[in-house]
Design a protein around this ligand. Sequence first.
Ligand code: CP
Ligand code: NVA
Length: 313
Amino acid sequence: MAAPGGPRHFLSLSAAGGDAIAAMLSEAIDRKTARAGWPKGAPDADAPLAGHVLGMIFEKASTRTRVSFDIAMRQLGGSALILDSGTSQLGRGESIADTARVLSRMVDCVMIRTDDHAKAEALAQHATVPVINGLTDRSHPCQIVADLLTLVQRGKALPGLELAWMGDGNNVLHSILEAAALFRFNVRVATPAGYEPDAEFVELARAAGSTVVLTQDAAAAARGADVIVTDTWVSMGQEHTHNKLAAMAPYQVNAALMDGAKPDALFLHCLPAHVGEEVTEEVFEGPRSAVFDEAENRIHAQKSVLLWCFGKL
Ligand code: CP
Ligand code: NVA
């Protein structure tokens, strides 16, 4: 979180708070509606970030986060540039603190995708401009703003929603649990033993009044759910082991699992997907899958995150 009077960082959903996230969702819907059918690079009528530049640091691969932040800045009237760790001095050992101070003199906001959440925190600590978490080993808050937007636009009320998570208890699930705490929805988490989410996030959601069930029974978790969510079984930077893939197999989202959920249940996946592993082609391509709305919504969600960071929301 930002120091009083300091820049507004977006490192986690919890630190931003429920009012901020609700305002982001409402703004995203308004802006998305207002520009329906426009060319994707055309700026919104008010171009609220005209003249502003976003710097994006990528220490890991990305398609959606990279493109959606770039297009989000264009639509807000600003621009964006990319620093890959392999082609910037960060990759040769320049410190985060120095990088933060230099970038703060050159750009108006910094987004970072890194393997080490502590690096995102250090960047925020030393930057004098807002810092956005574009995925770390710990969480993926921008993704979940887009997921909440997708759920709301598909007619799902967040309070009381029953969300079932299948597979690996990872960074994306951590941000879902933070959102559950803010919007009072319930999460059934089905993972193999040893792959549960960090207890800290489970406790956070429970302390806020959400019901969080941890189970190894995928069918039980899916039963009666409003939405089933999964992610790759092996996140970036993790080792691809035969044992992990074998342990995950019972948690594949398939037609039988979806049939146990509510008849109008949705399927979400942050992508990239490994169709045939964590989800079958039938579900991924099927009528209940909202994954490409979810991907598009990264743009609309990111615009709201940016406006909030710039103090315009
Ligand atoms: N969902 C997501 O963050 O995708 P990328 O890794 O392509 O950015
Ligand atoms: N859990 C995945 C999400 C990718 C967008 C990862 O960290 O690789």
